[in-house]
Ligand binder design. Structure first.
Ligand code: PFF
Length: 469
């Protein structure tokens, strides 16, 4: 029986913008540009592209085919492939819930910073005249304030997801994603008017970047970093594309979308670098990545630009919010879709609104320790041996998801479909309504051999590197 609480995308553009919205997120802004510079520049880009093509495109196509063919969210979808495979679906559902636990906190930070720069435009001293590092330290040391901004973020995203696929998620992305690219272009154009901006290009695209970041080229390390970044950045191995695929119309070309979405994500990652590093170098900053780049280095960069820095800073954090929200709603959708589908299967239908409410509360509960952890600055969570070994709670959540669950789910999906179900299982779905598979032999060889082999390398090397081995 058709599940009334499910929905569908209104058309191609809505689907593509929504999937790009999930892929383009904080990972593109704080991860890719820094990692590219610090790991070889142009050669890193080539390595990254190899992973995008042989793993990103393949797993994306496969997830969409699984989703659309079964019409279900990950646990039930994998259960249709065989009861014994349900656990792969569970990996895919737990992952987004865990990631949302820290992702929502970080978007909350961005809301605070956007608000801060907006206030500064109107002459109020919202950052107390502090340096980036001092303000960040002071802000994160007030968990109640951090929690307030996390609640605002989760409530806004919850409302979007509760609005449904076409009425909420697609609507947001149809405005948010073009808006995000426009903001990127505005900031990039402004950046290139700054004296010294070309150093940003030198950092990202040439081998001098390693000198600037104080690193050295190591091929295997570059592969490991590129692979982990690709998986997180393309939103793979966590049921997002299974869930979004389940709402996709049969006439849509899965293989075309599987090429377009990672390409758009990579373009956005390069543009993000151009929106960040030219400004950082022009203002005399030093390159770094992660949370420190977004909230300390960029804050200092905008402050040192004078009045115009408040406007550019405000636009930049609005950009971060658009990127973050479009990703967070995809994470919340996976969790909510699972709740809706599993209750429907038990004969106890639950409304989308109630499902989203339950998931929002669960994610908020998971985010509380992250708020209290102060990114490792508090003594509470760092007393847990595993957390202190890995770094802080955000890194710990990231270790279990990006380091273990995502690559594992991606490998298992390829092996189950490639070896147990056979190529016709997914090809039938990809070829529906007369669609041609773009790269049919490529998908065949990759799903069975190349992608699982490359992903196994990622799984082992990421797990070891997180543990500092
Ligand atoms: N792809 C998003 C990013 O690059 O920030 C993050 C993300 C979204 C990760 C959705 C995982 C996910 F399921």
């Amino acid at each position: 029986m058709e599940n009334k609480n499910r929905g569908s995308f209104s058309g191609s553009l809505g689907f593509i913008l929504t999937a790009v919205g999930s892929a383009v997120g904080l990972g593109n802004l704080w991860g890719f540009p820094y990692k590219m510079g610090a790991n070889g520049g142009f050669p890193f880009l080539i390595i990254y592209l190899v992973f995008v093509i042989f793993c990103g495109v393949v797993v994306m196509g496969l997830e969409m085919a699984i989703g659309r063919k079964t019409g279900k969210s990950p646990v039930l979808a994998m259960g249709e492939l065989g009861k014994q495979y349900k656990f792969v679906g569970w990996l895919s559902v737990l992952c987004p819930i865990i990631i949302s636990g820290f992702y929502s906190v970080l978007i909350g930070y961005s809301v605070r910073y956007a608000w801060g720069f907006l206030m500064e435009i109107f002459g109020s001293d919202s950052f107390g005249g502090m340096s980036g590092g001092d303000f960040f330290g002071a802000y994160t040391a007030e968990p109640m304030q951090v929690m307030l901004f996390t609640i605002i973020t989760l409530a806004a995203c919850g409302l979007i997801v509760a609005g449904g696929i076409a009425g909420g998620i697609e609507k947001f992305n149809k405005v948010g994603i073009p808006g995000l690219f426009v903001l990127l272009i505005v900031i990039i154009v402004y950046n290139f008017t700054l004296p010294g901006a070309s150093q940003g290009l030198t950092y990202m695209f040439t081998s001098k970047g390693m000198e600037m970041a104080g690193t050295e080229f190591d091929f295997f390390n570059a592969c490991r970093v590129a692979a982990g970044q690709m998986l997180f950045s393309c939103s793979l191995g966590m049921g997002i594309m299974i869930t979004y695929g389940s709402y996709m119309k049969p006439e849509e070309s899965i293989s075309r979308n599987a090429w377009i979405i990672p390409a758009a994500d990579t373009l956005a990652a390069i543009m993000a670098g151009l929106a960040i590093f030219p400004a950082v170098f022009a203002q005399g900053g030093t390159p770094n990545g992660g949370v420190g780049l977004l909230f300390i280095t960029m804050h200092d960069t905008f402050t040192s630009m004078g009045n115009i820095g408040n406007v550019i800073g405000f636009l930049f954090y609005v950009l971060v919010i658009f990127a973050g929200v479009s990703s967070l709603i995809s994470l919340m959708e996976v969790a909510s879709a699972h709740f809706i589908d599993s209750n429907e299967a038990k004969g106890k239908p639950v409304s989308r609104k109630n499902a989203v409410l339950v998931m929002t509360v669960i994610i908020f509960v998971l985010s509380i320790p992250v708020c209290l952890d102060m990114l490792g600055g508090s003594a509470i969570t760092t007393q847990i041996p595993l957390v202190s070994k890995i770094g802080c709670l955000v890194d710990t959540y990231d270790f279990f998801t990006e380091g273990i669950m995502m690559p594992l789910a991606a490998i298992l999906m390829c092996l189950i479909v490639g070896w147990k179900k056979g190529h016709s299982w997914y090809e039938e779905e990809m070829e529906k309504c007369g669609n041609k598979i773009i790269g049919k032999s490529f998908f065949r060889v990759s799903i069975k051999y190349i992608t699982p082999a490359m992903m196994t390398f990622v799984l082992i090397s990421l797990a070891l590197s997180y543990l500092g081995i």
